[in-house]
Design a protein. Structure first.
Length: 370
């Protein structure tokens, strides 16, 4: 198991003093990032004339048309001291060499499979891949200062406490150790045998959105075991519970669902997160050509049902999800919507301490707690 000895430098790192601009999940949308930075007043290198700093909530990569451009810019800006970032689940996939949906820009084994939804997309060179891995391996899980906390998916105190005990740069090592422990627990019981029996009854690929599976309880149990036994996975993908019915999200059928952990968050310090595919304006269901699925607000929309895009949420109205689904612009492109001005998906930033929301189309909104 991972070490529990308190290190001098932790996976939970300090935020710098001064004004910040906290940017949501970019997901390889280079054009949206350039537009947002311009509206926020940054130059092309990420420097702000008033000394503001950029903070990224993770998931810089995957799904968009030019992840290498995003990552090259980010690595340069990070090295220059113009920005900070926390690990998102997509960066975790990258450093673990876990080839998931939308990562064909990086993993050759995903290239052909990702053509249907995401093409055309730029592909990283071997040298670029090496650089991205080295940089992402040194990113923290969360950032904090007395007036603000930033994490990709969940500020959940038991997992935050575990991460505090792990040294900066150890995310890969410890993530894999937690995964190994969950796999051991699955092997020690009859879980794998039950999963195999479910596969025989329903033999289709879980990434096939056109083949709707029945509820597969053993698959859900395995997902939940991997999720909740791994504190670093909780911080980057959220708190989960068994789902009442299967649903398609993130490129595969799922049997666990995310929990609105913020409804139990009872601390005074505000938290800004990404990850949850919030929508600024929730549209009607739209079919996505060639995928066998529809693009609604997906299951995450239920977490924000009835909540305006400018509203803080949670028990104390002090948690804000700044991910407004720019990573789903691929679905609009498949429907022929190529003009960013017509997009219903946005890249957004929370200006702190102003608490103003800025979208990549230049619109700005004061946020509210009621």
């Amino acid at each position: 198991m991972p070490s529990t000895t308190a290190p001098a430098s932790s996976l939970i790192q300090p935020l710098p003093e001064g004004p910040l601009d906290i940017v949501g999940d970019v997901h390889g949308e280079w054009g949206a990032l350039q537009a947002l930075l311009a509206h926020l007043g940054y130059d092309r290198q990420g420097h702000h004339p008033q000394g503001r700093r950029l903070v990224f909530v993770g998931d810089l990569c995957d799904r968009g048309p030019d992840t290498p451009a995003v990552m090259d810019w980010f690595c340069d800006a990070l090295a220059a001291g113009h920005c900070l970032a926390v690990l998102g689940n997509h960066e975790v996939n990258l450093i673990r060499e876990d080839a998931k949906d939308g990562a064909g820009w990086y993993f050759s084994e995903r290239f052909e499979r990702d053509q249907v939804k995401y093409a055309p997309f730029a592909v990283a060179t071997p040298a670029q891949r090496q650089r991205y891995v080295e940089v992402c391996q040194q990113l923290p899980m969360a950032l904090e200062r007395p007036d603000l906390r930033v994490v990709h998916a969940a500020w959940h105190e038991p997992e935050i406490s575990r991460a505090r005990q792990l040294p900066l740069g150890s995310a890969l090592q410890n993530y894999d150790a937690f995964e190994t422990d969950a796999a051991r627990l699955a092997r020690d019981g009859d879980l794998l045998a039950r999963m195999q029996a479910e596969k025989q009854r329903w033999p289709f690929d879980l990434e096939d959105g056109a083949e709707h599976p029945p509820l597969l309880p053993a698959h859900g149990e395995r997902e939940l075991l991997k999720q909740m036994r791994n504190p670093l996975k909780v911080l980057t993908t959220g708190v989960e519970q068994a789902a009442a019915a299967p649903f398609y999200a993130g490129g595969k059928w799922r049997f666990t669902e995310r929990v609105a952990w913020w409804n139990a968050y009872d601390e005074a310090t505000p938290v800004v997160i990404g990850h949850y595919w919030r929508r600024f304006v929730l549209p009607a269901s739209q079919p996505v050509p060639g995928t066998g699925m529809s693009m609604t607000g997906n299951t995450e929309a239920a977490l924000f049902a009835g909540l305006p895009g400018t509203r803080w949420h949670g028990k104390r109205h002090n948690v804000f999800c700044v991910d407004f689904s720019v990573g789903a612009r691929w679905s609009e492109r498949l429907r022929g919507i190529t003009n960013p001005a017509q997009s219903q998906m946005h890249l957004a930033a929370m200006r702190w301490p102003e608490r103003t929301l800025v979208l990549d189309n230049g619109q700005q909104y004061p946020t509210t707690t009621a």
